[in-house]
Write a protein that binds this ligand. Structure first.
Ligand code: MV4
Length: 446
């Protein structure tokens, strides 16, 4: 097992990883930026190293500083969490060259899945259903036009180096495609230094449903069911739950099998998520694979009674996965509490938390680095807490969530709590009748 793990992250996920390390008896090293001096991950880790000023590119993204921190403290593994360096193939390669185990998939897997057109083509070739479209990237506007008329409008242009909604364009008819091809390509080039685009049929009002997988170095490939992440705003997930209230058991089984087929075929190692779009007929299509632990992983932990971080660490250490998939139990739903003002377009609301009281009781899990008097810095993402509710079934979980939100008190900053309370009273949401257009259509926000 590892002698010491450095956590190359901050906030709630750094705490989440430290907690599991403590339970495994592994000493931890926190790294922090100057503005995070008073953060809880610094307090809870066995050691802490300052790695630079507040801006991410001078601290949490600064590879030499993080590697130095690992070398000085004698850490033999790095957990990247999510965001920052989690899907940076070069970083994972440099870790390997420095004899430090990167807790995550191989640089090769990260690189291949980071190329969205390549990932899609890889999955299609092994029989995973994908959205009809180009086989890999399109080379010019003529090819784009030909492909679009073949699959039929509306279509979508997507940046191959994008993902998570970055660099996408809907094209309703042929008269729009030339301009869209230009602007999407330029945008992708500016954002990712890679202007490659691919094209696919536009799926109207899809659900976003993803499958959690774990794969070790001993030929074990397991899937742990789905999370329905359809409640999003501008590609930021706000609520995730499992099981999905939308899909049948037959579709659930097929999606799990497709996910396993995909990860087996690329000999994947580590934790990963296979994202699918699901249309109104419950046809599902692979869109992307995330090669990291995700924000919403506790949803799976609660219905599967497993510790995904523990298994990530075991896999990286060359051990077998301990938690085999068993039947799911009950219903779990996660609410992201962001320091944002839902009445003003979810604009960030950093600052001092003047008063904080977390809910508690049976079935209420809070993953958070926030505390009374904590000052939320403006430099990083606005997630300050995740409330993960477990109930015997969806109805029970929603009632428990309403009860928990009555107890939840945060003063001094604006949060997404009022938004969640509104959603919990929405009839369509209560009935499980929602897709990725839900917030725009049904939640009035200014
Ligand atoms: C799509 C789509 C419709 N058709 N692809 C957005 C995030 C990225 N991962 C993929 N996305 C979409 N791809 C086709 N062919 C609609 C979306 C989409 C979406 C997907 C998941 C969750 C929320 C979304 C919100 C708007 C659009």
């Amino acid at each position: 097992m590892f002698k010491k793990i450095l956590i190359a992250n901050r906030g709630e996920i750094a705490l989440r990883i430290i907690r599991t390390c403590k339970e495994l008896g592994i000493p931890t090293v926190a790294v922090y930026s100057e503005i995070d001096r008073d953060s809880l991950h610094v307090v809870f880790a066995d050691e802490a190293v300052c790695i630079g000023p507040a801006p991410s590119n001078q601290s949490y993204l600064k590879v030499p500083s993080i590697l130095s921190a690992a070398q000085i403290t004698g850490a033999d593994a790095i957990h990247p969490g999510y965001g920052f360096l989690a899907e940076n193939a070069e970083f994972s390669e440099i870790c390997a060259d420095s004899n430090i185990k990167f807790i995550g998939p191989s640089p090769d897997s990260i690189r291949k899945m980071g190329d969205k057109a390549f990932a899609k083509e890889t999955m299609r070739k092994v029989g995973v259903p994908v959205v009809p479209g180009s086989e890999g990237v399109i080379n010019d506007i003529e090819e784009a036009k030909q492909m679009a008329s073949k699959i039929g409008y509306p279509v979508m242009l997507k940046a191959s180096a994008g993902g998570g909604g970055k660099g996408m364009r809907i094209v309703m008819e042929e008269s729009e495609i030339e301009k869209a091809f230009q602007t999407a390509g330029n945008e992708a080039g500016a954002a990712f230094s890679n202007s490659d685009l691919y094209i696919e049929k536009y799926v109207e009002n899809p659900r976003h449903i993803e499958i959690q997988v774990l794969c070790d170095q001993h030929g074990n490939f397991y899937q742990y069911g789905e999370r329905d992440c359809s409640i999003q705003r501008r590609h930021q997930k706000l609520i995730e739950e499992s099981p999905s209230p939308f899909i049948t058991n037959a579709v659930r089984t097929k999606m799990g099998e497709a996910a396993l087929l995909g990860v087996r075929s690329v000999n994947y190692e580590g934790a990963g998520t296979i994202e699918f779009l699901v249309d109104k007929h419950q046809n599902f299509y692979f869109i992307e694979m995330n090669t990291r632990i995700q924000v919403e992983h506790p949803v799976t932990e609660m219905v599967r009674n497993i510790d995904l971080i523990k298994n990530q660490i075991l896999i990286a250490a060359g051990r077998e996965i301990e938690d085999k998939p068993l039947d799911p139990r009950g219903h779990a739903i996660e609410f992201r509490i962001n320091a944002e003002d839902p009445d003003h377009n979810f604009r960030p609301s950093p600052g001092r938390i003047e008063y904080l009281h977390f809910p508690g009781g049976f079935g209420v899990r809070i993953d958070s680095h926030a505390y009374n008097d904590y000052v939320i810095p403006p430099n990083y993402d606005s997630l300050i807490a995740k409330m993960i509710i477990w109930g015997t079934d969806r109805k029970h979980a929603l009632a428990r969530a309403r009860r928990a939100f009555e107890e939840f008190q945060i003063e001094g900053i604006k949060t997404t709590i009022p938004f969640h309370k509104k959603v919990l009273e929405n009839e369509k949401f209560i009935n499980g009748d929602f897709d990725t257009s839900f917030i725009d259509k049904h939640i009035n926000i200014n």
